[in-house]
Design a protein around this ligand. Sequence first.
Ligand SMILES: [Zn+2]
Ligand SMILES: [Zn+2]
Length: 296
Amino acid sequence: MATSVTVTGTGTPLATADRAGAGVLVRHGDTHLQFDAGRNTVARLLAAGSSPADLTALFLTHYHSDHLVGLQDLVLSHWTMDVYDEAGRMDLVAPNGSTTRFCEQMLDLWDDDLAVRALHNMRPPEPKVDLRGFDTPGRPTEVWSNTRVRVVAGPVRHEPIVGAVGYRIETPDGVVAISGDTTVCDEVAALADGADVMVYEAMRMDVIAQRPPDKQYIMEYHADTRLIGRQMAELGIPRLMLTHLIPAPSTAEEKQLFADEVRQGGYQGELMVCDDLDTVTLHAGTLHSATAQSQT
Ligand SMILES: [Zn+2]
Ligand SMILES: [Zn+2]
């Protein structure tokens, strides 16, 4: 058995044609775990060889639209696909507060649709989704597990957002850490310590600093490429996947600039400036990467 990490979306709130919204899929056997659900997540899940009906659990990092706007689509697809694919129950795991409130209310506008469809095909109108909120912990704490996989949540620094978290996934093959949206900080280091793969959001500060002053505020709560490189070097993380790329690169040269800045921070491990569906596979300590191809 192996563990694969697929970035389902490398985009940001600023839509582009080729980058879906934020999301990462981690698979170990039949356990399919999705982290965040930005725009087009359902399509990317299918392209990756998974499906809303296959998801064991869905984890959310924080209440920002670029991480949630695909959630209704995913949950409604889970419900409609159940007619054909016999979807199992799916846990929806999220930090308590605005994120869980969004989850509780997100289907209200679809009440009539669900009721009409349910009456038509004679089944319950409720999606098989179990919301499991947790209070954002002060340090990494287990929030979900099954017999082979354990998921830990830890606080990250994305103020003014309150309660944002990143995740750490532990399987028999190794450890995967996901930063969520954050600055480079000690809290992320605590989540990433000893990880085999780190999925890190990344921003090129030099570019944003050239924008007008009133458009530089995003520098306050995202991760500087050079600081990422320094932190990942200090922690000795062997494989780094960059996502949530700001500004979104559209050429190989622009992607290389992200890599160059991470290298300037001192990082010498394996580095991927990701496109959607880029994948790393862990085989009990042996890393294998596949760029932009489906894993089944
Ligand atoms: Zn974001
Ligand atoms: Zn955010």
